[in-house]
Design a protein around this ligand. Sequence first.
Ligand code: HGY
Ligand code: MN
Ligand code: MN
Length: 417
Amino acid sequence: MIRVERIKRDLEALAQFTATPGKGITRMAFTPEERRARDYLAGEMKAAGLEVYTDAAGNLFGRRPGKNPKAAVVMVGSHIDSVQNGGRFDGAAGVVAAVEIARALQELGKETVHPIEVVVMTEEEGSRFGAGLYGSRAMTGEGISPEELTNTFDDEGISNGEAMKAFGLDPDKIRQAVRPAGTVKAFLELHIEQGPILEAAGFKIGIVESIIGLRTIQVVIYGSADHAGTTPMDMRRDALVGASKIVSQVPSLIQKLGENTVATVGILQVKPGCANIVPAEVKFTIDLRASDNEIIEKAAAKLKKMVAEICSPLNLEYSWEELLAVQPVATGVEIANIVEGVAVQKGIDTMRMQSGAGHDAMVMAKLCPIGLLFVPSKNGKSHCPEEWSDYEDIALGADLYLETILTLANGQGPQGD
Ligand code: HGY
Ligand code: MN
Ligand code: MN
């Protein structure tokens, strides 16, 4: 059975693997702290009787064989990479729940028809290389191109591909991570809500019905570096004046597009970045989200037009690059109804809801039916050291998924055998 003390132990152990101890979790993809977290989880997976392996994208798997080795896999998991100074539950809660489900299956001793795979996805957040959802994108469709890995860089100028090589992976082989259609029966993800809805409504379990669409855009404004003391105000091409005008207009432009539409400028880098130099270049990102892809398209077009209109009179140039674009996704009713049925049997109330956060499940939806289950976030806080979810809620979610996985792995539910 699912044991909350093991979930607590695992999450406390993973929280030690951070580059910013005492200031939240900073665990970027392919870093020493992520390596230590992976090693810890690989050890727990092995102890739970799983066959541990890593795919060409760096996704870490623990496989529990089924009676029919050729049957499609029932996959469950999430990510352990984090944002800068983030919380200890974002992603990790779903990975730890998946490992605990594997332990419970081992103790139950029940063999299933379908193989089951616990997965730790590579770089979901995009905190290091900008795009994100790497592990799931590498598994679906045409996967990720080796060119994307050589052309995306972290703040130190290390490319994703170089970081992968240093981690023992071969970026040229990343397309080997693609899972052919029909080889994954379902993907289940347990995640913290990262918002206030469940706590305010008094529910312990949220069954997600749709996941918001998202687009990550990188804008660079180009002006010219000049001496701050000798350059008259009307002779400057100040990139930061242009960027500031643009950033300050984002909220009013977005608010007109509907309540579920949000946009955030979370990164702003000024170069050369000295007090006595007129800024020559400003790079910033726009994280744009809406539940309707047409609204995302409309918002992106309006934002780009606004950038051009502000830059032109200031004699500034700009570049506009889409780092990531993922459509809104409906999670489908099959798995949601199985989870709800298990909850009803156990006398657990659940509520249906939308996710304003992006998750690997939204990408895996291209490959197979998905399930996304939320547990409450204290005060709705996330992506910050204050992030908290109760271990008992995570255990409750894991228990619902244990029954759901047994149902799916024994041939019921979507796509049958
Ligand atoms: O940004 C998100 O929605 C997720 O935390 N990656
Ligand atoms: Mn996150
Ligand atoms: Mn997450």
